[in-house]
Design a protein around this ligand. Structure first.
Ligand code: 8ID
Ligand code: ZN
Length: 350
C-alpha cells in the first residue's frame, strides 16, 4: 500500500550561514523525472552539516538550505524515468545526491569527484526534512529488514571511513591510527578497521572517550587533552608508528602530528575538513620515511553497497542517540564543543 503524500512537511531551514535554524513547515518537493521521493524517517547529523551551516568551506551552499545527508527512509514516489525502485523500498540519502555519469571521473567510478556533483544538504535540500528527493542512480539501497535509525550513519560516516580505510592500503595485522576516534566517523572507523583485521589505536579527548573507543575495539587510546607528547605516545603504542592513519578529527594540529607519527612507508589519509587548514609535512622526513599523504572523499556506489553489507552482517553498529528533528540546534552545539560520542540521529516525526 502506498502512503498518501502531504502537501507540506516539517523541516529545519537556514537562510544565512550561522543564522537561525528554523524548524518550520515547507512544501513537500516534487521529484524530477530521475528522482525518488523518500519519506525520511531518520537522519544522522554529520559534522559536515555543521560546517555547511557555519559556511566553513570555499564552496557556497544553496540558500535557503535544508541540510542533512544521512537520511534513511522509504520510497513514496518517483519520477517517470526511474527504474529499479518500487514504492515501499528502503532508500538512503547520501552526500553525493547525483553526478553527470559521463565525465572522466564518473566513467572510472570516481563519482564524488564529478565537477557537476550535486550534494545533499549542500547544493540540494537534504535529509533534515520529512520528504526529500534523491537521484535514483545514487540513492543507497538499504536492506529491507534494517533498522533505519541505525542505518542512517552508515550513509555518510560509514561509507566515508570504509573508503578511507581502503585508501590506506593496509593488510590484516597492520596498525591503523584513528585520530578523532570518539566522534561519528571515528566510532565507525574503529569498527570497520577491526572487521577488516587491522589493529586500532584511537586518539581523542577525555577519559570517557577512552573507555568508549576501547569498548568499540581499539587496543590503545591516546588522550590529546592529557598526553604531552602525542607523537611519542602513538609510536610507543604501535611499536614504531601506525602503518596507516585515518584523520577524522576537526583539527589542523592533529592532522600535522599524524605526518610525524606515521610509520616509515605508511599512508596518511585526510578525511576531516577543519576550516582554512593546511597540511604541513617536512620534505626531508617525508622523503626519508617514504610516506604518502592521500585525500579521501566519501565513496562511490560500490563503496556504499560494500559499507552497507558490513552493516547488514552486524559487523558495524554505530552507537546512536535519537532526538527530534526540532532539536538540531542543540546537537550542533554539543558537536561544536566536542561532546558527542558516536552519532546523534534525528527522528523526523518530532
Ligand atoms: O568525505 C569526507 N572526507 C568526509 C565525509 C564526512 C565527514 C569528511 N567529513 C569530515 C567532517 O566534515 C568533519 O570535518 O570529517 C570530520 C569529522 O566528522 P564527524 O565524525 O561527523 O565529527 P564529530 O562527530 O564531531 O567527531 C570529531 C571528533 O574529533 C575529535 C573530537 O573530540 C570528536 O570526537 N577531535 C578534535 I575536534 N580535535 C582532536 C584532536 N586534536 C580530536 N581528536 C584527536 N585530536
Ligand atoms: Zn557527512
Amino acid at each position: 500500500m502506498s502512503e498518501s503524500i502531504p502537501k507540506t512537511q516539517k523541516a529545519v531551514v537556514f537562510q544565512d550561514n550561522g543564522g537561525k535554524l528554523e524548524y518550520k513547515d515547507i512544501p513537500v518537493p516534487t521529484p524530477k523525472p530521475n528522482e525518488l521521493l523518500i519519506h525520511v524517517k531518520y537522519s544522522g547529523v554529520c559534522h559536515t552539516d555543521l560546517h555547511a551551516w557555519k559556511g566553513d568551506w570555499p564552496l557556497p551552499t544553496k540558500k535557503p538550505l535544508v541540510g542533512g545527508h544521512e537520511g534513511a527512509g522509504v520510497v513514496v514516489g518517483m519520477g517517470d524515468n526511474v527504474q529499479g525502485w518500487k514504492i515501499g523500498d528502503y532508500a538512503g540519502i547520501k552526500w553525493l545526491n547525483g553526478s553527470c555519469l559521463t565525465c572522466e571521473y564518473c566513467e572510472q567510478g570516481a563519482e564524488p569527484n564529478c565537477p557537476k556533483a550535486d550534494l545533499s544538504g549542500y547544493t540540494h535540500d537534504g535529509s533534515f526534512e520529512q520528504y526529500a528527493t534523491a537521484d535514483a542512480v545514487q540513492a543507497a539501497r538499504i536492506p529491507k529488514n534494517a533498522d533505519l535509525a541505525q542505518a542512517a550513519p552508515i550513509l555518510c560516516a560509514g561509507v566515508t571511513v570504509y573508503k578511507a580505510l581502503k585508501t590506506a592500503g593496509l593488510k590484516a595485522g597492520d596498525w591503523v591510527c584513528i585520530s578523532g576516534a570518539g566522534g561519528g566517523l571515528g566510532s565507525l572507523a574503529i569498527q570497520y578497521a577491526t572487521a577488516m583485521g587491522y589493529r586500532v589505536v584511537g586518539i581523542d579527548g577525555g577519559a570517557g572517550k577512552g573507555d568508549y573507543v576501547k569498548k568499540l575495539g581499539a587496543e590503545a587510546y591516546v588522550d590529546f587533552t592529557q598526553e604531552k607528547d602525542i607523537v611519542e605516545a602513538v609510536k610507543k603504542a604501535t611499536n614504531g608508528g601506525p602503518h596507516g592513519v585515518i584523520n577524522v578529527s576537526v583539527s589542523e594540529n592533529a592532522i600535522n602530528q599524524s605526518i610525524d607519527y606515521v610509520r616509515p612507508l605508511g599512508i596518511v589519509v585526510l578525511v576531516g575538513l577543519p576550516a582554512g587548514s593546511k597540511v604541513t609535512a617536512p620534505v626531508f622526513d617525508s622523503v626519508v620515511k617514504s610516506i604518502q599523504i592521500r585525500g579521501s572523499y566519501v565513496g562511490n556506489r560500490r563503496d556504499t553497497s560494500e559499507a552497507l553489507d558490513f552493516f547488514g552482517r552486524g559487523l558495524v553498529n554505530c552507537p546512536i542517540k535519537i532526538v527530534g528533528l526540532s532539536e538540531l540546534p542543540d546537537v550542533f552545539k554539543l558537536m561544536e564543543e566536542g561532546k558527542i560520542m558516536g552519532r546523534y540521529v534525528l527522528d523526523t516525526s518530532k
